[in-house]
Ligand binder design. Structure first.
Ligand SMILES: [Ca+2]
Ligand SMILES: [Ca+2]
Ligand SMILES: [Ca+2]
Length: 198
């Protein structure tokens, strides 16, 4: 039984460890990413510019937001810094904030993740600061932005949308299949022994 459980856990971990895929346009600009892990749930994300009202269905109800509590929004902010805004073969998105859609300022890009309504029309959210200088990246809780403030004219500001990734459908690796098979065999043996005893 334990073997079976181990095998199932391995299968689950294979899914959770799906690789982050960066979405980059023909100009090398980062438009979003797939399979971003926030507290064990995989999300597809896209950077967007505009007003909170336009981007988040009016920005007037808590359900308009992708997250509705500070702990998840904070985890999402850190996931952006750790998994998306990184330097890799896909691009130098950590050291070049201007390479992210919605930002053209070379020193810093601040991405906003709203999660709470303040006194209307104000919103509270997590700010993800991606600085060109190593060690200066940070997240910060921001209040005081209005739902009608527009990030399009702002060269260092954008928003991001998170949507749960379509269920990953990985082709099980041979080693996984082998472990899964041995788990099933173990279950069979366990049932057989149980049958013999009774
Ligand atoms: Ca709404
Ligand atoms: Ca950086
Ligand atoms: Ca902008």
């Amino acid at each position: 039984m334990r073997l079976l459980l181990t095998s199932l856990l391995l299968l689950v971990s294979v899914q959770v460890n799906a690789t982050v895929i960066h979405n980059v346009d023909s100009n090398g600009i980062l438009t979003g990413a797939q399979n971003v892990d926030v507290l064990g749930t995989l999300y597809d994300v896209s950077f967007v510019d505009g007003t909170c009202a336009d981007l988040f269905d009016g920005c007037d109800e808590i359900t308009d937001f992708d997250f509705s509590d500070i702990s998840t929004a904070s985890a999402a902010a850190h996931a952006l810094l750790d998994q998306v805004l990184i330097d890799s073969v896909a691009g130098l998105f950590d050291t070049h904030p201007e390479s992210t859609k919605g930002c053209t300022f070379i020193e810093e890009c601040m991405t906003f993740i709203p999660y709470l309504l303040s006194t209307s029309p104000f919103i509270i959210g997590e700010g993800v600061f991606n600085n060109a200088i190593e060690g200066h990246d940070r997240t910060f809780t921001l209040a005081g932005r209005s739902s009608s403030d527009d990030t399009i004219p702002l060269t260092h500001n954008n928003y991001i949308r998170f949507s749960v990734s379509p269920l990953p459908n990985p082709i099980p690796e041979p080693s996984t299949m082998l472990l899964f098979g041995s788990g099933l065999a173990g279950l069979g043996l366990w049932r057989y022994r149980k049958g013999v005893k009774s």
